[in-house]
Design a binder for this molecule. Structure first.
Ligand SMILES: [Zn+2]
Length: 279
């Protein structure tokens, strides 16, 4: 029998300065002297951002920031883009009835993320990618991106689960499409932090799960909490999750992010900034 697949993500040592002399551009590990060398060399930065919120009875509260941090750090290692510390709390009030969920208001989140971006800009960064692990943060990040663009600081939002190639891979891997704590997200956590996944609770998760994330009437989403449609906190079924699927999903997302960083770094200001008035 073949050996069971092992998580492959965290084999590398995430240090600022490796013995090989190769820089790992993780801001939190650098002195200000080493940070200065990075900022003089690179004008692009990644900000991993997630949430501390319930992910069913089987996944850790840190799921969304673990995935964002792992992807951002892996892509930074391959491209040299500067990676900031992860922002672990986001817009999650809709999970509030589940123990341990933490949140800030969209207003607070927008101000905080905007000011972090401006502080990166003060060190010469001109391009930022928010590596977002939590869908609830998206609307706020989109608002910030538009504001930053007017200030000549261009930013993008990368989400690992919405890229077309990731969607296609999810379709091939699973019958169940669960968007929150379902097979896809559970597989990702199996690849990143397998010791935190409680597979003995998959049945409990699936039993109380919803068929979709949210409640829609005539195509309109209602402003409800997760508890209004899911008793376990999960959406669809985690039972198909595997380490192997998680490794595939992770590497597909990593490749997408690396490609995005390479394009964004080279894109001209005329491609990114607002156009002048028409004649
Ligand atoms: Zn999540």
């Amino acid at each position: 029998m073949a050996d069971s697949p092992q998580p492959q993500i965290f084999n590398h040592t995430l240090t600022c300065y490796e013995s090989s002399g190769q820089w790992m551009p993780l801001l939190e590990n650098c002195s200000w002297k080493r940070a200065g060398e990075m900022f003089r060399d690179k004008k692009i930065a990644l900000i991993p951002v997630g949430a501390t919120e319930q992910h069913g009875p089987h996944l850790p509260l840190g799921t969304d920031f673990f995935t964002a941090k792992a992807l951002a750090e892996a892509a930074a290692g391959k491209t040299g883009a500067i990676c900031t510390p992860v922002i672990p709390i986001g817009v999650s009030a809709h999970h509030k009835q589940f123990w341990g969920t933490l949140w800030v208001s969209p207003e607070t989140f927008r101000h905080y993320m905007y000011e972090i971006s401006i502080s990166l800009g003060s060190h010469g960064v001109r391009r930022i990618i928010f590596v977002n692990g939590h869908g609830g943060n998206l609307a706020s990040l989109q608002e910030i991106s538009r504001t930053l663009r007017l200030e000549k600081l261009n930013s993008l939002i990368f989400q690992w689960w919405t890229n077309p190639s990731s969607i296609e891979l999810q379709r091939q891997l699973f019958k169940s499409k669960g968007s929150h704590a379902g097979a896809t997200e559970t597989s990702m956590v199996l690849a990143i932090r397998p010791e935190l996944v409680e597979s003995g609770r998959y049945e409990e998760a699936a039993k109380g799960a919803s068929a979709e994330f949210g409640i829609a009437k005539f195509g309109t989403q209602l402003p409800v909490d997760t508890l209004d449609f899911s008793q376990s906190g999960a959406s669809l079924d985690p039972r198909e999750a595997t380490v192997e699927a998680g490794n595939q999903l992770f590497h597909a997302a990593e490749e997408n992010l690396v490609n995005l960083i390479r394009w964004f770094e080279k894109a001209g200001e005329n491609e990114l900034g607002p156009r002048p008035h028409k004649e």
